[in-house]
Design a binder for this molecule. Structure first.
Ligand SMILES: Cc1ncc(C[n+]2csc(CCOP(=O)(O)OP(=O)(O)O)c2C)c(N)n1
Length: 639
């Protein structure tokens, strides 16, 4: 009867059953939030008809919550989790009592804001303003995979002021995402009072101005809401926003229209009165007893699995055909697309394709290239959601925009177990003449603060080529960071490219490129070639220098690090804030492993002025002379 999609006839029995579910759901919300003594009943009540309809009537299979072709429902105002859990349980996803008894309890999957580990939840939210972007990502996924699901996004009115929402609205229209429907819970209330006082937004006008079709409806009228959704789904001229006129706290007279019930559970007297009004038996005592029971609802493993990617044939750059890493990335990307015709590949751009070298992919594989304009917050979230749909998803941008600008969006991609591949170019002072505002100096440090992201910083075009191919095959979110300049190809002592020919990139391995035991240089990214040259000068002067190229600064290689400490003098070199990048990783490793060595870090210690990258490298001691000087100084210190 349910879950067949909105197109089927809607009869009185079905409408009555849904009304009953919404009423019982309100009881569950009250019991759960009162028991937890926290949570958000007000907005859960105003969204209750929307949630009941969506989770009961969309094309879903509660027994197979991760079925590929299911409709996607994103709830952007994640604080209304009790309403979502109530609707999911009435739709058959899990036992209602489990949610009611264990809401917000430590160790329970029924968290305060909606979490993807709960069956039926597509995207963890609660940081307002990101849900529509996730919906845009899912709608792009429906198109690129050909699975053709419909995407619904439920939103609140308080979040409509966020700039990211506008970015998402415009991309949806530009990409003609007609299988995307938004339902806005327009209850007119947010934490500090009425939305008109806090920040007036004409929601219908904003959607319409960006090219959406707008349908306005009573958000508590099941029949009218159902009809609006059917209408929205069948309209193939534009994405549709259903603006639902609602009342916060709807259904319990003393809660209606009151901002205080945005975020508090009821006391005992209020609870009894509210349950009586809803014509429901109080169940607080029973639920309280169940709080000590074990939860049997299984959490969904929401980590995105890796795709069966063919890495293609690596390219080898020689000392003669010098390249910048970003060009090597762009070429490897085209190779990957050529080698994997059966895997949908998306490349997202924020108006920088030529600089970030995705123009080759744009020209050769236009079907996968998505121009998103200057809307990085939206792209970070949409890309994260798209990457969970079986689409190999890349986003390339300057480091300051793909990392710093969107820190919290990338954090949520981590929490959501997405598999976004981000290529950050123009990192470090190597950005050169663009100056301070464009110096991404924290790309390792930023990703260090998340628990799942991997970060790769290749040393030359050959390592970049192989790392990009490896990254495409890796599970989860991965960032690869590059500078701007052309770099020397790093050669072995035999004069051949050390990362060419048979070299295979392995995440977490430090590549030893020179052997020695008096001093060990650990170099990352752009200045690696200079570090090798400085080491060769020292070797020519009779000092035994080992050089390790660290391309995975967040996951140091224990075996190599133990070998490095035998030298008892360690020097790190990086085009990064010296306090949060490679030097910090190595310092931490040394401390945790109880190793005492003479240790010096070369890197960036303050924002640098605009100028030629080579001049900036010499100012910061990151050029061959500076690295040699630091080594000579270290050699003057006894072990
Ligand atoms: C980006 C962000 N800023 C601030 C908050 C804190 N916060 C939680 S709910 C809310 C506003 C609530 O208004 P609305 O979303 O309309 O929800 P309702 O009161 O209708 O439940 C705010 C500011 C947040 N969750 N995310």
């Amino acid at each position: 009867m349910f879950h067949e999609g909105f197109a089927r006839p809607f009869d009185t029995d079905t409408a009555n059953e849904l009304r009953k579910r919404a009423r019982i759901g309100r009881g569950a919300i009250l019991t759960a939030t009162s028991l937890a003594a926290s949570g958000h009943p007000g907005g859960s009540f105003s969204s209750m008809e929307i949630y009941t309809l969506l989770f009961s009537c969309a094309r879903l299979d509660p027994k197979e919550p991760q079925w590929d072709a299911r409709d996607r429902i994103v709830v952007s105002h994640g604080h209304t989790s009790p309403g979502v859990y109530a609707a999911l349980s009435s739709a058959g996803y899990f036992d209602r009592d489990e949610f009611v008894a264990h809401f917000r309890q430590a160790g329970s999957l029924f968290e305060g804001h909606v979490e993807r580990s709960v069956p039926g939840v597509e995207w963890s939210t609660g940081n307002l303003g990101q849900g529509l972007s996730a919906g845009v990502g899912f709608a792009l996924g429906a198109r690129m995979t050909g699975l053709g699901w419909h995407t619904f996004v439920a939103m609140s009115d308080g979040e409509q002021h966020k700039g990211q929402v506008a970015e998402a609205r415009r991309l949806a229209v530009k990409e003609d995402l007609v299988d995307l429907t938004v339902l806005v819970d327009l209850n007119g209330i947010q934490i500090s009072g009425s939305t008109d006082d806090v920040m007036p937004v004409d929601v219908a006008r904003d959607f319409a101005a960006d090219g959406w079709r707008v349908i306005e409806v009573d958000g508590h009228d099941i029949d009218a809401l159902y009809a609006a959704i059917v209408e929205a789904q069948s309209d193939k001229s534009a994405p549709v926003a259903v603006i639902a006129d609602t009342v916060i706290g709807k259904g319990v007279s003393f809660m209606e229209g009151k901002p205080e019930f945005h975020g508090r559970g009821l006391n005992a007297d209020e609870y009894a009165a509210a349950m009586a009004e809803l014509d429901l038996e109080p169940e607080l005592e029973r639920a309280s007893k169940m709080r000590s029971h074990r939860i049997s609802t299984m959490a969904v493993d929401h980590r995105t699995p890796e795709l069966p990617v063919d890495p293609g044939t690596p390219r080898t750059y020689t000392a003669q055909n010098k390249s910048d890493n970003r060009s090597a990335w762009g070429k490897a990307l085209v190779d990957l697309a050529d080698a994997n015709p059966d895997i949908p590949i998306a490349v997202l751009d924020c108006d920088l394709a030529v600089s970030v070298k995705t123009d080759g992919f744009r020209d050769s594989h236009p079907e996968g290239f998505i121009q998103c304009g200057v809307g990085e917050h939206n792209v970070a979230t949409a890309g994260g959601a798209l990457s969970t749909c079986g689409v190999l998803t890349f986003w390339s941008d300057f480091g300051v925009f793909g990392c710093d600008e969107v820190y919290n969006q990338q954090r949520l991609n981590d929490i959501n177990g997405a598999a976004l591949k981000v290529a950050l170019t123009h990192c470090g002072i190597d950005v050169g003449e663009d100056g301070k505002t464009h110096q991404a100096l924290d790309y390792v440090g930023a990703f260090r603060q998340f628990f799942g992201w991997k970060a790769i910083v290749p040393a030359d075009p050959n390592q970049t080529d192989r790392a990009v191919r490896a990254m495409a095959m890796m599970q989860g979110n991965v960032a690869i960071a590059m500078g701007r300049s052309k770099l020397p190809v790093i050669l072995g002592q035999n004069g051949r490219p050390i990362f060419g020919e048979d070299y295979e990139f392995e995440y977490g391995r430090i590549d030893g490129v020179r052997e020695g035991d008096e001093i060990c240089v650990l170099a990352m990214g752009t200045p690696s070639g200079a570090a090798v040259e400085a080491a060769d000068r020292m070797r020519a002067g009779g000092v035994s220098v080992c050089v390790g190229i660290v391309s995975s600064p967040l996951h140091l290689d224990d075996v190599f690090m133990r070998k490095a400490t035998r030298a008892c003098r360690i020097l790190t070199v990086e085009d990064h804030n010296v306090h949060t990048g490679l030097g910090a990783s190595v310092a931490e490793w040394l401390a945790l492993n109880g190793e005492a060595v003479r240790f010096t870090r070369i890197g960036v210690e303050s924002y640098q002025p605009s100028g030629e990258a080579s001049d900036l490298a010499s100012r910061t001691g990151m050029d061959v002379d500076g690295i040699e000087r630091a080594m000579l100084k270290l050699m003057g210190e006894n072990c």
